[in-house]
Design a protein around this ligand. Structure first.
Ligand code: SF4
Ligand code: SF4
Length: 113
């Protein structure tokens, strides 16, 4: 099941950066979890990272989002394939492209050459 944040949240900002699915954002009053993106960390970690770190234990299961382990895996796979939109961040940062080099050329130019 997806998780949710209760109104005991103290807005400490610990959970959002550790969520591997970018499911946690600041809401009008407190932090919120998008149940469409929360996989309980399935596919990334053994345990939900937000639950592990929350200092006030205010992240229970979402009562309206009961999902099987298989459903959570399907959600994880869907998120890996989902296009990035204006409201979501890429799941992995893009890798910088190396400049092209002629075949056989050394990786680094020798000093003085
Ligand atoms: S359980 Fe994992 S995926 Fe779900 S909100 Fe917490 S950190 Fe994000
Ligand atoms: S870690 Fe807990 S208290 Fe801190 S912002 Fe997240 S839900 Fe709120």
């Amino acid at each position: 099941m997806a998780l949710t944040i209760t109104d005991e949240c103290i807005n400490c900002d610990v959970c959002a950066p550790v969520c591997p699915n970018q499911a946690i954002t600041m809401g009008p009053q407190i932090y919120e979890i998008d149940p469409q993106r929360c996989t309980e960390c399935v596919g990334h970690f053994e345990e939900p990272q937000c639950v592990q770190l929350c200092p006030v234990a205010c992240i229970p299961g979402h009562p309206q989002w009961v999902e099987s382990q298989e459903s959570l895996w399907q959600k994880y796979r869907r998120l890996q394939l989902a296009p990035v939109t204006a409201t979501t961040q890429p799941l992995l940062p893009p890798r910088p492209l190396l400049p092209p080099r002629p075949c056989g050329a050394p990786l680094l130019a020798k000093e003085g050459s």
